[in-house]
Ligand binder design. Sequence first.
Ligand SMILES: Nc1nc2c(ncn2[C@@H]2O[C@H](COP(=O)(O)OP(=O)(O)OP(=O)(O)O)[C@@H](O)[C@H]2O)c(=O)[nH]1
Ligand SMILES: [Mg+2]
Ligand SMILES: [Zn+2]
Length: 338
Amino acid sequence: MSSFDSLFSVGWGPRWATLLAEQGEAVEPGRVLRHDGVSVNVLTARGERIVKLRRGADAPTVGDWLALDGDTLVAVLERSSLLRRRAAGGDDLQVLAANVDLVLLVCGLDRFVRAGRVQRGEALAWDAGALPILVLTKADLAPDLEGTLAAIDAVHPGLERLLTAAPTGLGITELRARLVGCTSVLLGESGAGKSRLVNAILGAEVAVTGAVRAGDAKGRHTTTNRQLHLVPGGGVIIDSPGIREVGLAGDEESVDATFTDVEELGLHCRFNDCAHTGEPGCAVAAAVVGGDLTQDRLDAYLELREEAMLAGERAEDHARRTQDRQAAKASPKKSDRR
Ligand SMILES: Nc1nc2c(ncn2[C@@H]2O[C@H](COP(=O)(O)OP(=O)(O)OP(=O)(O)O)[C@@H](O)[C@H]2O)c(=O)[nH]1
Ligand SMILES: [Mg+2]
Ligand SMILES: [Zn+2]
């Protein structure tokens, strides 16, 4: 028995105990509940605490486990997973949440569910080292529920999906059961119903929700900070602000994980480096002709793979430039050396 057992409800376990022990005897653990730019709210065995962040030091994010000495951050414990996305148009990767097991891709059925958005979310989840689950909200507002679900399932083979409606409680018990023992994060555009879902799961009005515009069902970015909540029955869930663009964090493998059907077909192509873009003996192209794979899905795969490749190259360039700058700083007068 350790004195940190009360943290089991927020995911404490042997992994964290081992990593914490490496930080010496004087430290205690805490999990980041909320981040507000200059400080983080941390849950410790002795209650919630605000820890100020120092500039340039290890930057913790929501979901991180910290080693603390009083109110001082000693270390961010090595993450088991990290959800990131590429910020719109930039080289920068925005860190969304750490140590997550499940990424809940939240889409409201009051508007069209765009396949590309879901596929990008899937790729981000795989890239993080987490499992994606499609969570459809607002089932009560769907004009043709059965038709919509059939269409969505056809476009996303292999993706786990849950259907919910907050006003009627549809799917909430199933979702809660799915969250037991996991750290889950909600990802979706503004107005998708993430915060209302959190309230339904928690059985309490904890998260603030906001109405969507009547004309286009767009939200108003009601939630502005990521926040970790405890799920009754076990597990934790992170509510997050709506995101408009889901820029891939790089890594073509995360795209392959999203399109395992295309990957499997590709094993039968004549060339093992086949790009499925018109090569002879391409099994993927044959599957499209034979009707086993839609051209739309192949196009989506090729497009996301290209984007991931370019993102990966940009990230490498970025890393190289940073390294060069640091090297230049370390030895400013190289030419003077004899
Ligand atoms: N009818 C119905 N309305 C819902 C459901 N889920 C959410 N809503 C409504 O949709 C609107 C937006 O919900 P929020 O939970 O605030 O959306 P959000 O995803 O948190 O939005 P941001 O915080 O802006 O990212 C609110 O008016 C909710 O009451 C649902 O299942 N059915
Ligand atoms: Mg919200
Ligand atoms: Zn091929």
